[in-house]
Design a protein. Structure first.
Length: 209
């Protein structure tokens, strides 16, 4: 009888902890967005503690970011832009975890039209003298069977067109996650009952000694 009582208390504690933990979980699904058979972006890219959706866009910085204002960029310093580019590289290109072949065939990326060679995806982070645009660059390279994805800083003119056959811009949008739900009262109650039972069992035991 005593064993069954302790077993029930333990079950209450475990269920309570499990329910509290599940309330804090956030489901993030990462996927490649396709259009007309081309990779047009990636959703759910994790950068530090944030999550972004990324769209690959043709055009100039002036056209895409309202006059190429740095205040419209998702990242405004080199370190943040490089970290984001590295995350995009590791999560959506290296190893091609979703089974797509854009890592080995760069022209499967929207805006990249140089077959079997390379594709450059630019993430801008600063503008110099309203003329020069600093970018973090992901280069997806395939020539002679050699495939790699690297990231580095790349400088272009603000009116350089993303329609170049090997160049496309990455537009990052921060995903607003819903607030973490509060634990259900039933979960708290289970946890409390378990703790009370443990305290009661200990008190009973001390009286019998």
């Amino acid at each position: 009888m005593k064993f069954k009582f302790l077993k029930a208390i333990f079950a209450c504690v475990v269920l309570g902890i499990s329910s509290l933990a599940n309330a804090a979980l956030i489901d993030v699904t990462q996927k490649i967005v396709t259009g007309s058979g081309l990779i047009t972006g990636v959703t759910g890219v994790v950068v530090g503690s944030d999550i972004y959706d990324v769209a690959f866009i043709d055009g100039t910085c002036i056209e895409i970011w309202n006059g190429c204002l740095a205040s419209n960029f998702a990242f405004t310093n080199e370190d943040d832009a490089l970290n984001a580019t590295k995350a995009l590289m590791e999560q959506a290109f290296q190893g091609v975890f979703l089974g797509a072949d854009h890592d080995t065939d760069p022209d499967k990326i929207f805006g990249i039209t140089r077959p079997n060679h390379l594709g450059n995806i630019l993430t801008p982070f600063s503008v110099i003298a309203k003329t020069w645009l600093h970018n973090a660059m992901l280069t997806n390279y395939n020539e002679g069977g050699s495939i790699s994805s690297i990231y580095r800083q790349y400088l272009i003119n603000t009116d350089t067109d993303g329609n170049y056959d090997s160049l496309v811009f990455a537009d990052w949008t921060l995903v607003e996650l819903p607030p973490t739900p509060a634990p259900e009262p039933s979960a708290i109650a289970l946890f409390a009952v378990g703790l009370f039972g443990i305290g009661f069992a200990r008190k009973r035991r001390s009286k019998t000694l």
